[in-house]
Design a protein. Structure first.
Lengths: 314, 707
């Protein structure tokens, strides 16, 4: 196993490290950065949504808190907005705890709907608490540390975050926490009956997931240099929460590689669709989603596995 | 699969990517057309304004190119649609900046899209001309590459308060603004300026843009007893604000507005006779007195068969300014163009144009009033065609036809007692709640029987709205009557969706069902977008704005009618479920589908039937919304999806009576919250109640009663 994967892994590693030099057009680099951002978001969501089976549609709130941490640090003090990458993941913890305390008592669709409500409340607070967040105007951030227009440094920052997140996911699946979460996903009552403190482990999954999402949010603020709470923005919107979930599930939730594949497929195809189909791009995107759900109910990873099995037996 | 093959494949992919993507940096050409980036909102809620921009750009382009173009090279416009989203606009600037042959960028439309975009253009050092966005922030950043042709928000505040003081004699002002960058910058400019004009701001209310019901907001504003109102909104909200001001019998001395939505010809169409007498800031009128503006307006009318608004002129002039700068720069290089822009000094149909050190063009604003269904310049006196009609006659004194502009009666006093205010809030809450209930009922029966949370429910409401719009506009079928057609049609749509899409995933995990219905929602909304564009379609019934008054409480008659019909449909559905055999089968399936199956119930049929019924209810709600909200666009259903979730959880998932109670409760809670707490947090109140109920009684207020 180890030997068989060594060479491809090496190729992948070289590919990732050389990314910005292979793709020198800034637009291509931008798409790479977005893909890595969504790999991070999908994988972080997957810890709670995929491993523990808790379908959250409120992750945009965690992302937004991370992004606003960076923005507020930059607008209220002279400090670099990069400190948001430290502050965001910490500030998000009490919020995540409150979400967990409220929502984990709920099961299935009730949990999902409650997370939507939490997400919307956070957005409305950001919109109306003008003295802190700048309200509807949002915050324009001045770039710090990387002052030029090169995207290369941003690429490496998000690469480290994305690889770290995926590695963490992989570690979780190999450890007690991963098995406990799996047990909770498959059958919460049974998990409880064999002595797993389900609330505690769900909460741990939530805290890790929320912190990583906030970290990605703080990166986003530094990269995009603008944060605002409008419904047509990215930060804090239900549309972002849905997109994160789509990436993870289309790829194959509960697997480490699933969200990675999902993020690559959806982000790249949405950029391609935008350029090729113009106005019809979202329509094609929606049709693609429906097709995947209907024909690959276990996502790309599920489909891939099925295909490999067939080949093996053929 | 062996490792060699994998490596070979990865290497092949890598190489092909390398070949396809590694394009060298393009050098600026010195011959051939000069590309210019244009960013505006061609789709999305603000698409009407994008179209106005495009008309203006096209006219300028034709003129410029027909005379050979600057430096003897034609201009070539590269249009980018920001879909009314800031991020898309920012990416567009980046993409354009990266293409080194692009000389400059013009755009975007909204302040929200433009403000962050100017930061990008400044960073990438590409000249950007801002035709329309007014937020003061743009010229406060010290950008070196950004030039604004239009007057900023501060001028709006100044112009409007001067007008209110000098021409209208108002002393107590209510400011109502949409909580976006545009709305809040203009509102704050007016708020800061008002005291200097001796005007007290008695109400300062933000609302979430794309509002569906302003009656609670107007109740709050009316009870502050202002004698002047200032509304700052884009098109859709502008229309609804005026119509509901009439329904609420809100009678300040004068209705004023901060341009934008109130200054488009579409506003006159959408708001109908309620647009009459409204006063608005404008950046340009054909009779503003600048040379050539009248001739230009005539040319525009001949070409597009519509009245030119100031947005089209701003776009036209911006491109002219750029062409002038390129000519003077003598090259299409960015820095040279930037330097030439700095020394711009030209006369235009938009007045003289030159930029100060912040990149701002000093441009005066004027004020128009809608008189006899036309925008007439009434202020400042130097350019006014006639003095404004002030005070505005109260709604009750207006004849049904437009036109009696000469006579003006004294404005009614908006005195509201505490009890009246409370009753008014409850009444508007109940009426809105009836519609919420009907939407919730469709969602709840689908959940009860199939355990599927239908995320496409709001989109289906939108489909019902479009159906009603077309039946009314082309076949002249009354919206209330159209239910007879819309409900069966939507039932069939529901059956088809269930058979094709839902049935295959009924056994799949819940997450797949959610994603499938979300995918369906995306498909429905974007199909509507392709078919009907993002433009608002508005319709006016003969009874639009009709109001009933019960003991000082104003109630819109169409809203009352919609409420009554929603109740009838709910009652009919309830009786159907309780009293008929089919209804019993549905309830049995909801309670225990396996047991029902054993007892001989054809579950698949019940599920199809239920989904059809749920969709028919959503369609009915859409039909009932049309005579109240007057308008439809592809995203019109979106807010109702979230409302329906709240309603259904409040009442208990799967309970029809629960959905009714939940709907009414949500309506009243939102109205009371908006009137007594804060209009900005109106939507948050619903969510907070929702979370509380989930926590304290997850089975809903009405407990376990299922369908």
């Amino acid at each position: 196993m180890r030997g068989r994967l060594a060479l491809p892994s090496l190729v992948l590693a070289v590919f990732l490290l050389a990314g910005p030099f292979l793709f020198q057009a800034r637009y291509a680099q931008h798409v790479l950065i977005l893909v890595l951002l969504y790999v991070t978001l999908g994988s972080a969501w997957n810890i709670l949504g995929g491993f523990a089976g808790q379908l959250s549609l409120g992750h945009a709130a965690f992302f937004g808190i991370g992004a606003y941490s960076a923005a507020i640090i930059a607008s209220k003090s002279a400090a670099s907005p990069w400190w948001g990458m430290v502050a965001g993941p910490i500030v998000v913890l009490p919020v995540a705890l409150a979400v967990g305390w409220t929502c984990f008592r709920l099961r299935g669709p009730y949990f999902t709907l409650a997370t939507i409500a939490v997400g919307e409340v956070v957005r409305l607070v950001a919109l109306n608490w003008g003295s802190l967040t700048g309200g509807a105007v949002g915050v324009v951030i001045r770039p710090s540390i990387f002052s030029g227009t090169s995207k290369v440094p941003y690429y490496y920052v998000i690469l480290v975050i994305a690889v770290g997140t995926v590695a963490l996911c992989w570690m979780i699946t190999r450890r007690k926490l991963g098995y406990y979460l799996l047990a909770i996903r498959e059958d919460q009552e049974t998990a409880e009956s064999i002595g797993i403190d389900t609330t505690r482990y769900k909460l741990i999954a939530l805290l890790i997931s929320a912190s990583l999402t906030a970290l990605a949010g703080a990166f986003y603020a530094n990269y995009f240099l603008f944060v605002d709470p409008s419904q047509s923005a990215t930060v804090l919107t239900l549309a972002l929460s849905v997109e994160i979930v789509l990436m993870a599930i289309i790829g194959g939730q509960g697997t480490v590689a699933g969200p990675v594949l999902g993020a690559i497929l959806l982000k790249v195809s949405s950029e391609v669709f935008r350029n090729v189909f113009k106005q019809a791009n979202l329509l094609i995107y929606g049709l693609l989603l429906i097709a995947i759900i209907l024909f690959m109910p276990d996502g790309l990873m599920g489909g891939l596995r099925k295909w490999m099995n067939k080949r093996r037996h053929a | 699969m062996n490792s060699k093959r994998l490596t070979a494949i990865s290497t092949a992919i890598l190489c092909s990517l390398l070949l396809s993507c590694q394009k060298g940096e393009e050098k600026p050409n010195n011959t051939g057309p000069i590309p210019v980036g244009i960013i505006s909102s061609f789709t999305g809620p603000e698409a009407r304004f994008g179209q106005a921009h495009r008309n203006g750009y096209e006219m300028a382009l034709e003129e410029i190119n027909s005379s050979g173009g600057p430096l003897g090279r034609e201009l070539e416009l590269l249009y980018y649609d920001d879909t009314s989203r800031a991020e898309v606009a920012m990416s567009a600037v980046e993409e354009l900046a990266e293409n080194s042959s692009v000389a400059a960028i013009l755009g975007a439309y909204t302040s929200s899209s433009t403000f962050p975009s100017t930061a990008v253009s400044d960073r990438y050092q590409i000249p950007m001309i801002v035709p329309t966005a007014v937020t003061d922030e743009i010229t406060r950043q010290g950008y070196q590459w950004v030039f604004r042709v239009c007057a900023p928000a501060a001028s709006y505040g100044e112009g409007m308060t001067d007008f209110l003081k000098e021409a209208a004699g108002a002393t107590r002002l209510a400011i109502v603004y949409e909580n976006t960058q545009f709305g809040s910058s203009v509102a704050h400019a007016a708020l800061e300026r008002a005291p200097r004009a001796g005007i007290e701001v008695v109400a300062f209310e933000a609302y979430d843009a794309g509002g569906t019901d302003f009656t609670p907001l107007l109740t709050r504003v009316k009870s502050a007893n202002p004698d002047g109102a200032l509304y700052i909104s884009y098109l859709a909200d502008a229309t609804l604000l005026m119509r509901q001001s009439k329904e609420m019998d809100f009678n300040p001395k004068v209705f004023t507005a901060g341009g934008s939505g109130f200054s488009l010809p579409d506003f006159l169409k959408g708001a109908g006779d309620t647009a009459e007498y409204t006063v608005s800031i404008t950046q340009w009128t054909p009779d503003a007195g600048w040379s050539g503006s009248r001739e230009w307006a005539a040319k525009f009318r001949a070409r597009y068969n519509s009245e030119p608004g100031y947005h089209a002129v701003q776009a036209y002039v911006s491109l002219k300014v750029l062409a002038d700068a390129i000519t003077r720069a003598g090259t299409s290089g960015r820095r040279a163009i930037r330097d030439a822009l700095r020394s711009t000094s030209m006369d235009s149909i938009f007045g003289p144009i030159s930029f100060d050190e912040k990149g701002q063009n000093a441009h005066p604003v004027a004020i128009t009033q809608v008189l006899n269904g036309k925008f007439v310049t009434v202020y400042p006196p130097s350019v006014a065609m006639r003095p404004p009609v002030i005070p505005t006659p109260p709604w009750s004194a207006r004849s049904s036809q437009r036109g009696d502009t000469g006579k003006a009666s004294v404005a009614q006093v908006n005195d509201v007692s505490g009890t009246q205010k409370f009753l008014q809030s409850v009444a508007s809450g109940l009426l809105t709640g009836g519609i919420y209930a009907l939407i919730g009922i469709g969602l709840t029966i689908i959940f009860g029987v199939m355990r599927v949370v239908n995320f496409a429910h709001g989109a289906l409401v939108m489909v019902g709205m479009y159906s009603t719009y077309f039946l009314f506009t082309y076949l002249h079928i009354d919206p209330f009557l159209s239910l007879v057609v819309v409900m069966p049609a939507m039932f069939l749509v529901g059956v088809a969706i269930e058979k094709l899409l839902i049935e295959p995933v009924l056994k799949a995990p819940e997450r797949n069902q959610i994603l499938l219905t979300e995918g369906l929602s995306i498909v429905l909304i974007n199909t509507a977008l392709l078919l009907f564009t993002a433009n608002y379609l508005t319709m006016t019934t003969s009874y639009a704005g009709a109001t009933a008054r019960l003991g000082g409480v104003s109630v819109s008659k169409p809203q009352l009618g919609a409420f009554a019909i929603a109740c009838v449909i709910t009652a009919a559905l309830y009786l159907f479920l309780m009293k008929t055999d089919t209804g019993r089968r549905i309830r049995a399936t909801a309670q225990d589908s396996e047991a029902a199956q054993i007892l001989g119930v054809n579950i698949k049929r019940v599920q199809t039937l239920t989904f059809g019924l749920g969709v028919a209810a959503a369609g009915a709600a859409g039909a009932l919304l049309m005579p109240i909200y007057y308008r439809v666009e592809p995203y019109a259903g979106a807010p109702f999806s979230l409302k329906a979730f709240i309603v259904v959880v409040l009442g208990g998932m799967g309970s029809v009576t629960g959905a009714l109670v939940g709907g009414l409760l949500l309506g009243v809670a939102e109205a009371l919250g908006a009137v007594y707490v804060s209009t900005g947090y109106k939507d948050a109140i619903g969510f907070v109640i929702f979370l509380l109920v989930l926590l304290l009684k997850p089975s809903g207020l009405l407990g376990k009663s299922r369908v």
